[in-house]
Design a protein around this ligand. Structure first.
Ligand code: IMP
Length: 423
């Protein structure tokens, strides 16, 4: 399993894609088109939002698990965009139990954010929260409902009954017509039917037969609705446990849990971020690292590496390894600060505080490591790295609680140093 160890955007697409050639299935287990993976293959750059990055590896079956929320319009346009570029998308499997994001979810996401004003979450506006809210509230629409018009209509009616009241009376918006939604959704049914499968059965059978299944988390550990910086989180479980509930594969069948960890830290949207840099160093990280969201185009907030967060990710996910990404972005700094602990109300704190108030008050305690100026993008082995870059990686590994098994030194597929095999 691969998942984000920070606030998302750690470079998971590259990691998944790197493994794609040697795995049989790549599975997304949560989130939706709020995610954004950029994968660079040769001179081609692909931006994926909903589809698992395994779709770019011939021979690999991409799977959208039951825990994902699917916007059918986005899915179909992503599929046709790839097909136009010659990518074979015919192997995709979609769980019939995955929930749909409908136009009313997207509308509600946007109006409720506006309503929150300065307390807003800074969502991607893709309808993620409202779709998961309906799932938990048992008024969601699932992929399988597309194939039974009468059930679909009943469910849309049930969902819109109260939502139209809210839209009209609270947000002063026009009510959404049931017919219009049903018609739009039915329009997707034929195009999607060939992809729908009992993915839980398919994946368990594949594992039992010794095939390699890779679970790919969207977002990251600190955006987890249970373990993240609530309420500034997404509405699903990107942490390791989410892979079990989001696919129907039990924890005893998952052997490796790899945390993707950027060599510094970024975050999109609102919420606490102790090592955030609001100075020219932050701007430099943003520019060199290309830190602009794939999904929303928003600038990412940037800061130094935070080992407290990395340790927390190791703990809540049971990480077996790290994939350290974007080390090359740090080339050229004379000294690189790393947050090793926090100071909260005058006390040194080594672990992520469980209290939201404490986390908001956390000030980073930095240790400063010597930087390097040599270009590292051509490095193929750990020994190829300049001594100070080696020391930086070793220091991060010691602080973070799991071995760093791969290092990204550039955006390309082959700009990676593999230290231990992931399989
Ligand atoms: P939502 O997932 O659109 O509801 O947004 C909730 C929070 O998660 C916001 O702070 C978003 O910026 C953040 N978020 C959602 N998806 C991603 C992602 O793929 N990378 C980074 N942040 C994300």
């Amino acid at each position: 399993m691969l998942l984000g160890a920070q606030w998302g955007d750690e470079g998971k697409g590259k990691a998944t894609d790197l493994l794609g050639g040697s795995v049989d299935y790549v599975v997304r287990y949560q989130g939706g088109n709020n995610a954004g993976h950029t994968v660079v293959v040769g001179d081609q750059k692909y931006a994926l939002h909903l589809l698992p990055s395994g779709i770019l590896s011939p021979g690999c079956t991409p799977v959208i698990g039951n825990g994902v929320v699917v916007d059918p319009a986005v899915l179909l346009s992503e599929l046709s965009g790839l097909a136009e570029r010659g990518v074979d998308t015919s192997k995709l499997l979609i769980s019939g139990n995955a929930h749909l994001i409908t136009p009313y979810h997207t509308t509600l996401d946007k109006v409720s954010e506006r309503f929150l004003g300065k307390r807003k979450i800074g969502t991607t506006g893709r309808g993620i929260g409202p779709a998961y809210a309906d799932k938990i509230n048992r008024v969601g629409i699932r992929v399988q409902d597309l194939f039974d018009e009468s059930i679909l209509r009943q469910k849309v009616e049930a969902a819109l009954d109260s939502k139209n009241q809210v839209l009209a009376k609270l947000y002063n918006r026009r009510a959404i017509a049931v017919d219009q939604v049903v018609e739009e959704l039915l329009g997707y049914a034929d195009q999607l039917s060939g992809y729908v499968a009992d993915t839980t059965l398919v994946l368990n059978n594949a594992i039992d037969q010794g095939q390699v299944v890779l679970f790919e988390g969207g977002q990251g550990t600190l955006l987890d609705v249970d373990h993240g910086t609530y309420p500034f989180v997404t509405s699903s479980n990107p942490t390791a446990g989410g892979a079990c509930t989001g696919t129907g594969v039990g924890p005893t069948k998952i052997s490796r849990v790899i945390g993707i960890l950027k060599a510094y830290t970024t975050r999109v949207g609102a919420g606490p971020f102790p090592t955030e840099l609001l100075d020219e160093d932050g701007e430099k990280l943003r520019t060199i690292g290309g830190e602009r969201g794939v999904t929303t185009g928003r600038d990412r907030r940037c800061g130094w590496f935070d080992a407290v967060i990395a340790r927390y990710a190791t703990r809540v996910n049971g990480l077996t390894d790290f994939f350290l990404t974007k080390l090359d972005v740090l080339t050229g700094w004379e000294r690189i600060p790393v947050c090793v602990a926090y100071e909260i109300d005058g006390k040194r704190v080594e672990e992520l505080p469980y209290s939201q108030t404490d986390f908001h008050h956390a000030t980073p305690i930095y240790e400063t490591l010597p930087g390097w100026s040599e270009d590292i993008t051509q490095a193929k082995t750990f020994d190829d790295l300049p001594k100070n870059a080696q020391k930086y990686v070793q220091a991060l590994e010691e602080m973070s609680g799991a071995p760093i098994s791969a290092i990204g030194v550039g955006p390309g597929r082959d700009e990676t140093i593999q230290i231990n095999s992931f399989l």
